[in-house]
Design a binder for this molecule. Structure first.
Ligand code: AR6
Length: 336
């Protein structure tokens, strides 16, 4: 199952369980805890918490979600950050692991976490984010559950400064935004939205014009489909399906659809996620995209960011998603 990072108010998440960044006495508090108590119904939730009593740091307990959309609230107690030498990282990792375990025991198919300990408990946000993503990824290697990490601010990201600077320079050098070009003709002034047209598309038009087209010939001579090509690449790289859809952060059911239907039309972000998981070169990735009817364009910021990672052979999908998220772009993977 995939893992998605989203910007939202956790109390609005439509999932089976949301996680509360609680205190060990399980008392209503500030921050995300305050928001959850308010949305769930303070008195009822406090009564349920009081029945449990308390919870040690790194551990998790569960209550009903009361007035929330989610069925359950999992309360986990993050460490109060001191100086990094008091086992804070391990305890924070345990919060995610134990909450996920508890969600599985209660048959939850989806769960949303806030960035535990990163507010009132003062864990540095970048580090807290890294620990959260690592703990979630570790758990997903052998478990099936949809996980959302709900973050409030860009500060939470652990992306290295150098990576951000490199991507930013690459975008500046390559991104061509839509510009309106004013042309003067004998009819007066007209305005043209000058989007950069893909070279491939240009070539295709030229080829079509220069050749007499026989539709039967073209259909007989169709290239291999996206899914046929994908399965061949997976085989040639000696990978299993599970290795690839997990690395691509793609839902297993979506992958089964692609495998089972030669003519399946995946979304562009699914193709890119698979290209990243297969560690394709930029040329191979463009070929795979073409087989699904897509291309990369310099007039699209998302595409330029993907191109940066492919060209630099950086294939960590979560790192790519952090950068995409930073630039407010759609993330890779998911269920469609
Ligand atoms: N949705 C998602 N994230 C949120 C929301 C929200 N509605 N509100 C805040 N955040 P914190 P902690 C983020 O302080 O550090 C309480 O009093 C926020 O930006 O809520 O673990 C408890 O009772 C931050 O990144 O939790 C404890 O006593 C993250 O949630 C203590 O605070 C966690 O910040 C726990 O402190």
């Amino acid at each position: 199952m995939p893992f998605e990072i989203i910007r939202n108010d956790i109390t609005k998440m439509q999932v089976d369980a949301i996680v509360n960044a609680a205190n060990s006495k399980l008392q209503g508090g500030g921050g995300v805890c305050g928001a959850i108590f308010k949305a769930a119904g303070k008195e009822e939730l406090q009564r349920a918490c009081d029945e449990i009593g308390n919870c040690d740091t790194g551990k998790a307990v569960i209550t009903s979600g009361f007035d929330l959309v989610s069925k359950y609230i999992i309360h986990t107690v993050g460490p109060i950050y001191c100086d990094g030498t008091k086992n804070e990282a391990e305890l924070l990792h345990d919060c995610y692991k134990n909450s996920l375990k508890l969600a599985m025991e209660n048959n939850c198919e989806s769960i949303a976490f806030p960035l535990i300990s990163s507010g009132i408990y003062k864990f540095p946000k970048g580090e807290a984010f890294k620990i959260a993503t690592k703990a979630i990824n570790d758990f997903l290697v052998s478990n099936e559950i949809m996980v959302y990490l709900v973050v409030f601010d860009q500060e939470s990201f652990a992306i290295s400064k150098t990576l951000l600077e490199n991507v930013s320079t690459y975008i500046d050098d390559n991104y061509k935004s839509r510009t309106v070009v004013r042309k003067f003709t004998s009819y007066g002034r007209i305005e043209v939205d000058s989007l950069e047209v893909d070279i491939q598309y240009d070539e295709c038009i030229t080829n079509c014009k220069s050749k007499a087209i026989n539709l039967d010939d073209i259909i007989k001579d169709l290239d291999e489909s996206f899914s046929e090509t994908l399965l061949k690449i997976i085989n040639s790289k000696n990978k299993t399906d599970a290795e690839i859809y997990k690395k691509a952060n793609i839902d297993r059911k979506l992958f089964s659809k692609i495998r089972g239907n030669t003519n399946y039309s995946p979304s562009k972000k699914t193709v890119i996620a698979l290209a990243i998981a297969l560690e394709l070169t930029i040329i191979e990735a463009c070929d795979l995209l073409k087989r699904a009817g897509f291309s990369l364009s310099h007039s699209n910021k998302f595409d330029v960011i993907i191109e940066y990672f492919l060209k630099n052979k950086k294939y960590n999908i979560f790192e790519i998603n952090e950068v995409l998220f930073y630039y407010d772009q759609p993330l890779l993977g998911g269920v469609s």
